[in-house]
Design a protein around this ligand. Structure first.
Ligand SMILES: C[S@@+](CC[C@H](N)C(=O)[O-])C[C@H]1O[C@@H](n2cnc3c(N)ncnc32)[C@H](O)[C@@H]1O
Length: 352
């Protein structure tokens, strides 16, 4: 029975037998920055230290990880936090998957984002898994793309809603023959064109930002900007480390790159404070991540330390590689604090 992609993704990923709520979790199927936990965790602690200072060192400092997987990142933050900070930290994983076992008891596990957050809310590779609708172009303009959840075969649905058309017109105008051109009185979208409507991600991010009373909301994800949306979109599947056709039958991850500028604008409206959008590579360098190899002389004096430093350097290189994880976006949305100083070297270039 054909349905919208958004409905199909919701069931396939988060239904009773959904891909993300059963099994071994995301890390069993693909590598994310959060899987490189010690390096990312250390960088986040440096960022958290700046947020803590901006907040005036409150008695309770939240770290809320939305789309927490199996708690990999929170476990690392708990393990690496210095004692004084650790005493004030309140760690919360927000997941549609059940609480993993074992998980340190100090980590709370919820299925919705708690309100009143004072500290850091983070979502690494969360937004790309927020279900969204697709539009296809036919002779009469944009229509919904429907999908059969068993076979993955697509068909044309009814015309898209006016709200979706408005989103496309503003945020995805560069598709050849796309809605931007139609708006200007040119020919309608080229038959066969295909786009992903990011409104549901905007709403999810805006709600997450709204849950922060004071502090920073940080999204880390792969995505694109209005000036360079990918032709045909990016919807795809992943299973056991391999890219597979996106069939919404619960057997694979279903993901589409995030329209990060649209999401950022939605969060900024809620926060009323300018956001910063930078590449992960730039963000990690600003936070002091060092990808240089340790000096060879260390191998002679401290072989174990040398191997450890070499492993850390290669993880930093992986996380900052512009062709890979380093090309992911960091969207920093301050709430009720001064944006300056969170990523000192980057704010001038990346803030809008
Ligand atoms: C790609 S995984 C990322 C996991 C982890 N953050 C990482 O970077 O490795 C996305 C996760 O987001 C979770 N997720 C998606 N939407 C969610 C929501 N609305 N609330 C809570 N968790 C959600 C999924 O269950 C899944 O575990």
């Amino acid at each position: 029975m054909p349905m919208t992609w958004r409905a199909a993704m919701t069931t396939a990923l988060y239904g009773a037998d959904g891909f993300f709520v059963t099994g071994d979790g995301p890390a069993a199927h693909f590598r994310t920055s959060a899987n490189a936990a010690p390096v990312l965790g250390a960088a986040l602690l440096r960022l958290l230290d700046r947020v803590d200072t901006a907040l005036g060192h409150p008695d309770r400092l939240d770290v809320v990880d939305v789309g927490a997987g199996r708690g990999e990142l929170l476990r690392t933050v708990a393990a690496l936090a210095p004692a004084e900070l650790g005493r004030r930290l309140r760690l919360t994983g927000v997941e549609l998957a059940p609480r993993p076992d074992p998980l340190p008891p100090e980590i709370e596990w919820l299925d919705t984002v708690p309100t009143g957050i004072v500290g850091l809310l983070i979502g690494t590779e969360w937004l790309d898994n927020v279900p969204l609708d697709l539009a296809g172009a036919g002779p009469a303009g944009w229509h919904q793309v429907l999908v059969d959840p068993v076979s993955g075969i697509e068909s044309a649905g009814p015309p898209i809603a006016a709200t979706d058309l408005a989103w496309l017109s503003h945020w995805w105008p560069d598709q050849p023959g796309g809605p931007g051109l139609a708006e200007e009185g040119a020919a309608g979208p080229l038959p066969g064109a295909r786009v992903e409507i990011g409104r549901s991600r905007d709403a999810a991010w805006a709600a997450a930002v709204d849950a922060v009373d004071r502090g920073l909301a940080l999204a880390v994800d792969y995505g694109h900007l209005r000036t360079g949306r990918p032709i045909g979109g990016t919807l795809t599947g992943f299973r056991s480390g391999r890219q597979v056709p996106p069939v919404p039958d619960g057997s694979c991850d279903l993901t589409a790159h995030v329209a990060v500028d649209s999401v950022a604008a939605a969060g900024e409206v809620v926060a009323g404070v300018a956001y910063t959008l930078v590449s992960q590579g730039a963000a990690l360098r600003a936070l002091g991540a060092d990808g240089r190899r340790p000096p060879l002389t260390l191998a002679g004096t401290d072989p174990t330390g040398y191997v450890r430093a070499l492993a850390a350097a290669s993880t930093v290189a992986e996380l900052t590689d512009p062709a890979g994880l380093g090309g992911h976006w960091w969207l920093l949305q301050p709430v009720g604090i001064e944006p300056g100083g969170l990523l000192p070297e980057q704010t001038a270039a990346g803030t809008r």
